[in-house]
Design a protein around this ligand. Structure first.
Ligand SMILES: Nc1nc2c(ncn2[C@@H]2O[C@H](COP(=O)(O)OP(=O)(O)OP(=O)(O)O)[C@@H](O)[C@H]2O)c(=O)[nH]1
Ligand SMILES: [Mg+2]
Length: 706
C-alpha cells in the first residue's frame, strides 16, 4: 500500500496545558468537526473519546495521554468555505493530562511530537502547570501555538491572558484572532490575517459559521492588532518588513508563509481564542494547525547514536527510504495484551518484519500494527516515516528504540522527573502476592515515573512516584486491571541524602581463607557535586595502580553504596567520586574484590563528609477568595511554608509558596474545610532542600540509622 498522506500533509501535535484548561473538550470538538465522531461527548458526563479509562471518566480528569488520528481540509479563507477542493491533511493528536502527577505523559508526548497547541483558561490565564508544560516544550524545542479557551466564562479576559503569556512565559505571542463579545456575549472571532469576522450561530454544534465584514465597532481595534501582527512579522521577516514600511499590501499567502516560518523557528507563537465548550473557534484552530505547525519534514532530522560505536552520531531524515529508526514512547496494557506506541522517524515499519530492540540488542518480529483512535484500533499493514502507530504484543519498556538490524542506532530516552512520594504496599492474600509482582512490573514498564523497590531484608515492597494521586491511581489499577487486592501504608516523602564536604579515604580489603585470597586497596576522594548533576565517577589513577579491568568494579561498588544511603537509607545524590590511587595482587585481586573495597571506602568517606538529608520542596499555588487569605497564609506558614508572592486574579487572591512536601499530605481536605470549599490549589515539585536538624534526627532515628 502506498503512502496515503505525503509527509508535508502530516501533522503530529500534542495538546498541553494546566489541569482543566479544556484540552479534552477541545480534542472532542476536533474529532467531531473532522467527522471522526458523530456526537460530542462531554468531560462532565464521562463521555469523551480520549478520556476512556474508568478512572478518567469517574474523576473527570485525564490520566494517560490518548492518541487519535483525523483528517482535515482547510476551510476558513475559502470562498463560501468550499473545502472540497483543498487537499486533505492527516493530523495525529495526543491529548495529554494537565495534573502534575502525570507529567511523564506530557514528557513522552513532547518527545515524539512535532508541534504543540498550548491551551489556556481565559479566566485564569497562565497557571503553574501551563508554565511547566511550556518549559518542557522549550526543552524539546517544540514549535507551538496558543489557544485561549473558555472566553464564554464570567471573568474571561483574552488580552490579560496574552499579557501573562508575555510576562510569565517570556514568549512572543502573535495575536491572530480577536474575540467578538466576551463572556455570555462571546459570539465570534476577528481573523487578523484575512481581516474578516467569523461568527457562529449557537444552534448546530458550531458546524456552520459565517464569514462577514468586521463589525464597525471593532474596526479600530482590528486595525491596531493587525498592525501589531505585521510589525511582529516584519521583525523576523525582511520581505514583510519592507512591504509594511512602504505601505504596500501584504498578500494572505505571504503573511501565512512568514508566520509559519517564524513559528517553526520558535520566533513567534501564533495565538488564538475561542470557547471549545460553546463550539466556537475550533475549526479555525484546525486550519491553523495545518497553516502554522510543522510537518515531520519541517523539523530538524533526528539524531541517534550508532550502536556499533556510541561516540558516532547518526542523522536520520524523515524519509521512507532511510533505515528504520523508531521510538517506543508509550506502552498500554489491556485485555488484548500489550500495545506499544511507536513514532517512526525514518524508514517504514511493516507487519511481520524483523526489527531490533537497541536496548536488549534482540531481534523482534513485528506482529500486527494498528492505528489508534483512543481505545479503538484499525489494523494497518505499514507505518511510514513521520507517523505514529501501535504494535501489538511487542515486549519492551517505555523509551526503547526499534531500529533496522543492519544499521542499528539508539535514540535518547525520556527525561524522567524524580519520584517524591513513596507508599509501602503489600498483597492481601497469597494469591495476590504472585499477581502483585507481575502487575507492578507491567505498570512500571508502562510508566517510567513509577519506581518499584523491594527491601532485601524485610521483603517489603514500596512504590515511588510523582505524588499521592499518581500512587492512588496505580493501586486502583492494580485492583481493576490485574485483580490484585492490596493494603497500603501512608504516603511517605522520598528523602535523599548527600554530602557537604570533601573527604579522602584509603581502604584495604583483604581476606585469606586458605586457597586463593582476596585483596584490593584503593584511595578515593568524595566531594559534593553541583545540585541536580547526580553521580559522577572519575578515574584519576596513573601508572596502572588499579588495573583498567578492575575500575568498573570500583564504580559498581560506589553505585551500590549510593543506593543504600549514608545515615537513613535514602539514595545518595549529587556526589563526585574520584579514584586516585590503589594497589592490587596478581592472583588475589579481581573486579569483585575492588567492588567490595570501594563500597566500604565510600560508606566510610561519606559518613565523614558532612552527610545531610534532603527533602522535596513543592511550589504551591493557592487561589482563594480574599476573606480566607489570612487563614490560608497562616496555615501555609505553620507547614514550614515560605510565601513567595501574592496577586489578584479575576477577583480572587493567588498565593504562591514553597512548602516541604512532608507538610502537604492531606492538604486537599484541610484547605477544603478551612475555606468552605472556595479555595483551590495546585502543587508541583520545585527542588530539594536540606531538612532542618531536628527533623533530620527524627528521620534518622525512625530509619534505625545513626
Ligand atoms: N465554560 C467553559 N467550560 C469549558 C470550556 N472548555 C472546557 N470547559 C470545561 O472545563 C472542564 C475541564 O475540561 P477538560 O476538557 O476536561 O480539561 P482538560 O484540560 O482536558 O483537563 P485535564 O485533562 O484533567 O488536565 C470541563 O468541565 C469542561 O466542560 C469552555 O470553553 N468554556
Ligand atoms: Mg483532559
Amino acid at each position: 500500500m502506498a503512502r496515503e498522506f505525503p509527509l508535508e500533509r502530516t501533522r503530529n501535535i500534542g495538546i498541553i496545558a494546566h489541569i482543566d484548561a479544556g484540552k479534552t473538550t477541545t480534542t472532542e470538538r476536533i474529532l467531531f468537526y473532522t467527522g471522526m465522531t458523530h456526537r460530542i461527548g462531554e468531560v462532565h458526563e464521562g463521555a469523551t473519546t480520549t478520556d476512556y479509562m474508568e478512572q478518567e471518566r469517574e474523576r473527570g480528569i485525564t490520566i494517560t495521554s490518548a492518541a487519535v488520528t483525523c483528517s482535515w481540509r482547510r476551510r476558513i479563507g475559502q470562498e463560501g468555505f468550499d473545502s472540497k477542493k483543498n487537499p486533505e491533511y492527516r493530523i495525529n493528536i495526543i491529548d495529554t493530562p494537565g495534573h502534575v502527577d502525570f507529567t511523564i505523559e506530557v514528557e513522552r508526548s513532547l518527545r515524539v511530537l512535532d508541534g504543540a497547541c498550548v491551551v489556556f483558561d481565559g479566566v485564569a490565564g497562565v497557571e503553574p502547570q501551563s508554565e511547566t508544560v511550556w518549559r518542557q516544550a522549550d526543552r524539546y524545542g517544540v514549535p507551538r501555538m496558543c489557544y485561549v479557551n473558555k472566553l464564554d466564562r464570567t471573568g474571561a479576559n483574552f488580552f490579560r491572558c496574552v499579557d501573562m503569556i508575555i510576562e510569565r512565559l517570556k514568549a512572543k505571542p502573535a495575536v491572530m484572532t480577536l474575540p467578538i463579545g466576551n463572556e455570555a456575549t462571546f459570539t465570534g472571532l476577528i481573523d487578523l490575517v484575512r481581516m474578516k469576522a467569523i461568527t457562529w450561530s449557537n444552534e448546530d454544534m458550531g458546524s456552520e459559521y459565517q464569514l462577514q465584514e468586521i463589525p464597525a465597532e471593532y474596526a479600530a481595534q482590528a486595525k491596531e492588532w493587525r498592525d501589531k501582527l505585521l510589525e511582529q512579522c516584519g521583525d523576523v521577516d525582511d520581505v514583510i518588513a519592507e512591504k509594511y514600511l512602504d505601505g504596500k499590501d501584504i498578500a494572505e499567502d505571504e503573511l501565512v508563509a512568514a508566520l509559519r516560518k517564524a513559528t517553526i523557528s520558535l520566533k513567534l507563537v501564533p495565538t488564538f481564542c475561542g470557547s471549545s465548550f460553546k463550539n466556537k473557534g475550533v475549526q479555525y484552530l484546525l486550519d491553523s494547525v495545518v497553516d502554522y505547525l510543522p510537518s515531520p519534514i519541517d523539523i530538524p532530522p533526528v539524531k541517534a547514536k550508532d550502536l556499533n560505536n556510541l561516540e558516532n552520531i547518526i542523522i536520520r531524515t524523515a524519509s521512507d527510504d532511510e533505515p528504520l529508526t523508531s521510538l517506543a514512547f508509550k506502552l498500554l496494557n489491556d485485555k488484548f495484551g500489550q500495545l506499544t506506541f511507536i513514532r517512526v522517524y525514518s524508514g517504514v515499519l511493516r507487519k511481520g518484519m524483523t526489527i531490533m530492540n537497541a536496548r536488549t540488542q534482540k531481534r523482534v518480529r513485528l506482529g500486527r500494527l494498528v492505528l489508534m483512535h483512543a481505545d479503538k484500533r484499525n489494523e494497518i499493514e505499514e507505518c511510514y516515516a513521520g507517523n505514529i502507530c501501535a504494535a501489538m504484543g511487542v515486549e519492551c519498556v517505555t523509551g526503547d528504540t526499534f531500529c533496522s538490524e543492519e544499521n542499528p542506532v539508539v535514540l535518547e530516552r525520556l527525561t524522567v522527573p524524580p519520584a517524591v512520594v513513596t507508599l509501602a504496599i503489600e498483597p492481601r492474600t497469597k494469591v495476590d502476592q504472585e499477581k502483585m509482582g507481575s502487575g507492578l512490573a507491567r505498570l512500571a514498564a508502562e510508566d517510567p515515573s513509577l519506581r518499584l523497590k523491594t527491601d532485601e531484608e524485610t521483603g517489603q515492597t514500596t512504590i515511588a512516584g510523582m505524588g499521592e494521586l499518581h500512587l492512588e491511581i496505580i493501586v486502583d489499577r492494580l485492583k481493576r486491571e490485574f485483580g490484585v487486592e492490596t493494603n497500603v501504608g501512608k504516603p511517605q516523602v522520598a528523602y535523599r541524602e548527600t554530602i557537604t564536604k570533601r573527604q579522602e579515604e584509603d581502604n584495604t580489603y583483604k581476606k585469606q581463607t586458605g586457597g586463593k585470597g582476596q585483596y584490593a586497596k584503593i584511595t578515593i576522594v568524595v566531594e559534593p557535586n553541583e545540585s541536580g548533576k547526580g553521580f559522577e565517577f572519575i578515574n584519576d589513577t596513573v601508572g596502572g595502580s588499579v588495573p583498567k579491568e578492575f575500575v568498573p568494579g570500583v564504580e559498581k561498588g560506589v553505585t551500590g553504596a549510593l543506593l543504600r544511603g549514608i545515615r537513613a537509607g535514602y539514595p545518595v545524590v549529587d556526589v563526585k567520586v574520584s579514584l586516585t590511587d590503589g594497589d592490587y595482587h596478581e592472583v588475589d585481586s579481581d573486579a569483585r574484590t575492588f567492588e567490595i573495597c570501594a563500597s566500604q571506602a565510600f560508606q566510610e568517606a561519606a559518613r565523614k563528609a558532612g552527610p545531610i538529608i534532603l527533602e522535596p520542596v513543592m511550589k504551591v499555588e493557592v487561589v482563594t477568595p480574599e476573606d480566607w487569605m489570612g487563614d490560608v497564609i497562616g496555615d501555609l506558614n505553620s507547614r514550614r511554608g515560605q510565601v513567595q508572592g501574592m496577586e489578584d486574579r479575576a477577583g480572587m487572591k493567588v498565593i504562591t509558596a514553597n512548602v516541604p512536601l512532608a507538610e502537604m499530605f492531606g492538604y486537599a481536605n484541610s484547605i477544603r474545610s478551612r475555606t468552605q470549599g472556595r479555595a483551590s490549589y495546585t502543587m508541583e515539585f520545585s527542588h530539594y532542600d536540606p531538612v532542618p536538624n531536628a527533623i533530620a534526627d527524627a528521620i534518622i532515628a525512625k530509619a534505625g540509622g545513626k
